[in-house]
Design a protein around this ligand. Structure first.
Ligand code: SAH
Length: 356
């Protein structure tokens, strides 16, 4: 990173984040399996099998709503260890008409995690293929799922100064350490892309945004061929302030301190996702909180049945469900949100509110 900055000058925050996570040799996801108690962070499917099972039932309900097209492509973006897909495929076996016609497409850039997914899904009875990009998934009726995928997509940052918005960059300080800096000139293009109600922000504030192309592609695909479900942590209204964060061994660290060795993510701006999806003609449902979504899908009833079948695990199951749904600080139920995109002809997606 130092050599790159010495040779070409400071790099935009988004390029820094992309390199830290995805560099083919040193990138965070390229070099490790980061999940679970021994890793850096824990995601919903790793907390409880119920999460993937409920998403599986949601998927079948959407497929029925779509008129049960054959074949149907079940696509997952950034499947991690493959745990959610494994739980989905087990749950959807209750509707053989679906599991007999579904083909699974995993979009994953990390060869190491692809291998992990292959192991997790070795016993699956549906055809599974891997792709580098959503664009590589063959056409046809499609349901796309993405859990904690968007938060890992690079964010741009800009800071408001008296003369306009300046891109935030990563450069080197006097001691050759990585350090944030600002582009010397204000960029009028940035000012244009900032939501109108935030443009008059006071000097010194920071704004974050992501490239629109991946969301356009996702929403366009949903609008043409089916539906998409995005689950992640983030905010429902456009906002100001820095959310870029680095996690290592379940603790926050300086995002510039150990490039490629810490997980880098930033809040997902669900209002931006909704706007981009609506612009390409998709039906948009939500966002609602993950807690509401899982409760509407029947998490409490599913947990009760699981507890009855495994009384010795009752406490663990209850704790996992609380973690998935609770709006308290320790839970994901409040900060995590769910948004759906769909073909306009499809009615409201299951468990998601119709648009206001
Ligand atoms: N969905 C999983 C993993 C989330 S971590 C879970 O909930 O446990 C993010 C995942 O997205 C990892 O598998 C990572 O390798 C993958 N990923 C990140 N950026 C990607 C990109 N641009 N294209 C494809 N996969 C990506």
């Amino acid at each position: 990173m130092r050599e790159r900055i010495r040779a070409h000058g400071p790099i935009p925050v988004a390029d820094y984040m992309a390199a830290c996570l995805g560099d083919p040799t040193h990138g965070y996801y390229t070099t490790r399996d980061p999940f679970g108690a021994k890793g850096d962070f824990t995601t919903a499917p790793e907390i409880s099998q119920i999460f993937g099972e409920l998403i599986g039932l949601w998927t079948v309900a959407v497929w029925q709503q779509m008129g049960m097209p054959v074949p149907v492509r079940l696509v997952e973006l950034g499947p991690g260890r493959g745990t959610m897909m494994s739980d989905i495929l087990r749950a959807t076996k209750v509707v053989p008409a679906f599991s007999e016609v579904a083909t699974v497409h995993l979009v994953e850039t990390s060869p190491l995690l692809q291998e992990r997914q292959r192991e997790t899904l070795a016993a699956a009875s549906v055809p599974i293929s891997w792709h580098a990009d959503l664009d590589d998934v063959p056409n046809g009726a499609t349901i796309v799922l993405a859990n904690e995928f968007v938060d890992a997509q690079p964010v741009h940052q800009a800071v408001k100064r008296a003369d306009g918005w300046h891109a935030r960059l990563v450069g080197l300080d006097a001691g050759e350490n990585l350090a944030f800096t600002l582009a010397p000139a204000a960029d009028p293009a940035i000012a244009q892309s900032i939501p109108e109600n935030l443009r008059d922000a006071p000097e010194g504030v920071l704004y974050e945004w992501r490239d629109e192309a991946p969301t356009k592609m996702l929403a366009d695909r949903a609008a043409r061929t089916g539906a998409a479900l995005v689950i992640d942590y983030g905010h429902a209204e456009p906002g100001l302030g820095e959310t870029l964060q680095a996690l290592r061994a379940h603790a926050f660290v300086d995002p510039l301190e150990t490039p490629g060795e810490a997980d880098l993510t930033a809040h997902v701006d669900f209002s931006a996702l909704a706007r981009i999806a609506a612009d390409v003609g998709a039906r948009v449902d939500g966002p609602i909180t993950q807690g509401d979504f899982l409760r509407r899908l029947g998490i409490d009833r599913r947990a009760d049945r699981l507890k009855a079948a495994n009384p010795e695990k009752a406490e663990t199951i209850a704790a996992a469900c609380a973690r998935l749904t609770s709006p308290q600080k320790t839970g994901m139920g409040g900060l995590f949100r769910v948004i759906g995109f769909a073909a306009p002809s499809l009615g409201p997606l299951p468990a998601l509110e119709p648009p206001r």
